[in-house]
Ligand binder design. Sequence first.
Ligand code: ARG
Length: 122
Amino acid sequence: SLQKIKQKGTLVVGMSADYPPYEFTTKENGKTKYVGFEVSLAKQFAKDLGVRLVIKNMDFDSLLVALETGKIDAIISGMNVTNERKKSVDFSNTYYSGDSYFLINKGDKDKLVNAKSFNGKT
Ligand code: ARG
């Protein structure tokens, strides 16, 4: 519960950090860093609650069991609502529909065909 999280002073978030741009890892001087917009979201939640954030990185398929058994306080991992999942967990409101796009000028559409085309330009 929220009260328990505040009492222990940590918010333990489970995610499978293999899902850019939601959550993924980068290396900074040999140290693994969690990045992505849901990592930012988790950091903000912890900040708002006034607690420390602990990220537990695990297989996507382990997340629900980890939540049910209390190993983590919440899942933030690009998990869509399904009726099956709703049987065991409580979903928040939707904050991202996935229906967003990256836009370029029409005239560039034959030049900019994949991530590689942007090399040196971003
Ligand atoms: N959106 C899909 C689902 O809910 C896949 C999510 C995968 N997430 C991840 N962090 N690997 O099943």
